[in-house]
Design a protein around this ligand. Structure first.
Ligand code: MN3
Length: 248
């Protein structure tokens, strides 16, 4: 098995509760033991994106880095049960409403980390299944950037120039496509946190944290970016243009 499914974790918690003694643990303790957010499975195997993104990087990226953001998010939500029921995209779009800085900052970092990675996995696909932009997406790219080549060049520049850790994005902003970039685990949903010019509905994302490429590409971020185009899930990106949703 690639990684433990949420069901297995839930079963484990239930089994643990029964084994320790259902009569000993009050109902509330059982409820608190169930995490609010669980790590989504990758929609493909760790090695599915080889040779462009290597299996070991995918395994560590998903099982360790993404899992750590989930753990941090759950630890934060456990302290703020009034926020735990909100959809994550709504929470991230409304972070300034969280008055307590001790909650707002970890929500930004870990909530953003979970959202960004869940989105990233879905916009990747094995090279043989990566497809092409739909006609509507190709037209929108042409209108905004002149050509697909020009779009890829500009996107690659944004991803290369992002200093330190962060993300490059293709978003819909005021009905038009735009390339933006955010630091750390910030994203284009975060009104009042990132600059207004970087807000929008994400269609495509590229993680340029070193953990996303360093094992295979070391310091060669431009080589990672060039290879990544081979595993962009264009049908998924096209679908998001038609029907923008903000997972997870
Ligand atoms: Mn990452």
């Amino acid at each position: 098995m690639l990684n433990p499914s949420p069901l297995n974790r839930r079963q484990f918690v239930q089994l643990g509760t029964l084994a320790v003694g259902a009569t000993l643990l009050p109902t509330q303790a059982r409820a608190e033991a169930t995490p609010a957010v669980t790590l989504p499975d990758l929609p493909y195997g760790f090695d599915a994106l080889e040779p462009h993104i290597d299996a070991r990087t995918m395994e560590i990226h998903h099982d360790k880095h993404h899992a750590a953001y989930i753990a941090g998010l759950n630890a934060t939500l456990a302290k703020a049960p009034e926020l735990a029921g909100q959809p994550l995209d709504k929470l991230l779009a409304n972070l300034p409403a969280v008055a307590d800085e001790a909650l707002r900052t970890p929500l930004r970092n870990h909530g953003g980390g979970h959202w960004n990675h869940a989105f990233f996995w879905q916009t990747l696909a094995p090279a043989a299944k990566s497809g092409d932009p739909s006609e509507a997406l190709a037209v929108a790219i042409q209108a905004a950037f002149g050509s697909v080549d020009a779009f890829q060049k500009s996107f690659g520049e944004a991803a290369t120039k992002r200093f330190g850790s962060g993300w490059a994005w293709l978003v819909v902003q005021n009905g038009k496509l735009k390339i933006t970039s955010t630091a750390n685990q910030d994203n284009p949903l975060m009104k009042g946190i990132v600059a207004d010019a970087d807000l929008g509905t994400p269609l495509l994302a590229l993680d340029v944290w070193e953990h996303a490429y360093y094992l295979h590409y070391q310091n060669r971020r431009p080589d990672y970016i060039a290879a990544w185009w081979n595993v962009v899930n264009w049908p998924e990106v096209s679908k998001r243009l038609e029907n923008p949703t903000n997972p997870p």
